[in-house]
Design a protein around this ligand. Structure first.
Ligand code: HEM
Length: 491
């Protein structure tokens, strides 16, 4: 009896000491500042209830109140918002942190929809993720830098788009051209060519399926919607708005897969045990979703900005006339086109249409800048606030490509402090795989179209050029708009 009693006492004391040590250890550094638990709940309720609520605006308010790292506590999860490029670089690229901050947080989508994270975007950082990333990165980068056959296919797609902008007969002006719809069709055709290696027979069917799927996806990836599904996954079975949007998402996912996934694609991967059918499906979905909406957002935003800033459009056209003339434009022209490259970078900064990236998760406690980020936090990169921070940008609300040029009119080098502040594609282990692919497509579209056409505001009202008004999804788009397109005379 006495032995049992002594054992219980020893066990109890051990537990008390361990608990004390543990809590002492975790109290070493405080959590980053942030609103109280009660305020967090109120904000979360506001995000769920109000149609106009935007997560990136809430993040911006918190950044202004609490500084560069902010904690947002909700039952069962701790969210951390990183509000400066410097902190993001430190956490995602330095040897000390980069391997422990590269997972993706647990979520309903990771468990139920991405085949338990067997794709690239939602999978945790491990040897297989690294292998899949490397494989897809090499291919996407190669295409980004201009594989001849693909380049020719893209060239003919851009010519198709140009043709749609030219009125019949001798007319050189189209009064009411829906540029957003034209870009949608053209970019989806290019993704199709990239994945299937041939032009689609039924463009309308492909465009409808991808467009529908993407709209459903960016809605589902909104932080608050994602969190709702993660905390209350059973809501998808109860008739109501949550079930409706879930069912809509699933049906659009299957429609999209039926177009892009063919048995051949899976068969060719059979020799590789890491490339299961689920993984092929997952990667395919990643490229379609990550590759289309983001590039379309940039191009729609760019042409919208040209309508508001004819002076910038004129300077790009002058550069095209000067450096390329009426020759066919290739990706190799990019290196001479400093002002055009600056205008593309400034568009990405100005519209900040991927406001909070894709969340990371840290697999262990991380001490940084005098704070502790507890293990398994959901870490958000607040690109939205960074791109307009008065600390780093002069007159951030002005669209000014010159901010990316030096005194000789050359694009600032990558290690210049201004470029270091600007990381729209993320950095480190989980940075964007499509950076060079999308930059080269954007360059080709912008220069090929401005070489031949001038875009001006027509009679139709335009969306605001400020992306605050572009909705509250995880990728912001200006929506449909029309403009006047005038054919330019050869330089
Ligand atoms: C303007 C265009 C684009 C922007 C602004 C953009 C931005 C981003 C950002 C911010 C991330 C998250 C980085 C992180 O987790 O830290 C990301 C990830 C990713 N992007 Fe992009 N992206 C663009 C275009 C593309 C394109 C064209 C593709 C594919 C062809 C692509 C494929 C991916 C993939 C697969 C990931 C996940 C990487 C991983 O989890 O390891 N993106 N992108």
């Amino acid at each position: 009896m006495s032995i049992i009693l002594v054992s219980v006492v020893i066990l109890f004391l051990t537990f008390v000491i361990l608990y004390w040590l543990k809590s002492n250890e975790t109290e070493q550094l405080p959590l980053p500042p942030g609103p109280s638990r009660w305020e967090c709940l109120k904000l979360f309720k506001y995000l769920l209830r109000s149609e106009d609520a935007k997560m990136h605006v809430v993040m911006d308010d918190l950044y202004k109140q609490y500084g560069e790292i902010v904690t947002f506590k909700l039952p069962g999860t701790c969210m951390v918002f990183l509000n400066s490029a410097q902190t993001i670089r430190k956490l995602f690229t330095s040897v000390a942190y980069r391997d422990v901050t590269a997972d993706r947080p647990p979520s309903f989508f990771k468990t139920n929809l991405s085949q338990k994270g067997s794709d690239i975007i939602l999978r945790d950082y491990d040897a297989v993720q690294m292998k899949l990333r490397k494989m897809v990165h090499t291919t996407v980068k190669l295409y980004g830098e201009g594989i001849q056959v693909f380049e020719e296919m893209v060239g003919s797609e851009i010519r198709l788009l140009e043709k749609s902008m030219t009125a019949d007969g001798d007319d050189t002006t189209v009064k009411s051209f829906d540029i957003d719809a034209a870009l949608t069709t053209s970019l989806i055709r290019i993704i199709y060519i990239f994945l299937i290696n041939e032009t689609p027979e039924d463009t309308e069917k492909v465009v409808e399926a991808v467009d529908r799927f993407d709209k459903a996806l960016i809605k589902m990836f909104q932080i608050e919607v994602n969190l709702m599904f993660t905390l209350f996954p059973w809501l998808r079975f109860i008739p109501g708005p949550i079930k409706t949007s879930y069912d809509y998402f699933i049906s659009s996912l299957y429609a999209m897969r039926s177009i892009f996934l063919n048995p051949e694609m899976i068969k060719t991967q059979e020799h590789d045990k890491d490339m299961t059918e689920e993984t092929v499906q997952g990667i395919l979905g990643n490229i379609i979703t990550a590759g289309f909406v983001t590039t379309k957002g940039t191009l729609s935003g760019f042409f919208l900005l040209m309508l508001y800033h004819p002076d910038v459009q004129k300077r790009i056209q002058d550069e095209i006339d000067d450096k390329i003339g009426d020759m066919e434009i290739t990706i190799h022209d990019r290196q001479h086109m400093h002002y055009t490259n600056a205008a593309i970078l400034e568009t990405l900064r100005f519209i900040r249409h991927v406001p909070y990236g894709v969340p990371h998760c840290n697999r262990m406690d991380v001490d940084i800048d005098g704070y502790r980020i507890p293990a398994n936090s959901t870490i958000f990169t607040n690109y939205w606030s960074m791109a307009y921070s008065e600390k780093h940008w002069e007159n951030p609300e002005q669209f000014n490509p010159d901010r990316f040029l030096d005194e000789h009119g050359k694009i600032l080098p990558l290690d210049h402090p201004t470029r270091q502040q600007f990381i729209p594609f993320g950095v480190g282990r989980r940075s964007c795989l499509g950076e060079s692919f999308s930059k080269s497509r954007i360059f080709l579209y912008v220069t090929s179209l401005l070489q031949k056409f001038t875009f001006t505001k027509g009679d139709d009202p335009l969306p605001s050029m400020y992306s605050e008004t572009w909705g509250n999804e995880s990728t912001l788009l200006p929506g449909s708009f029309k403009c006047t397109v005038t054919k330019r005379l050869s330089p």
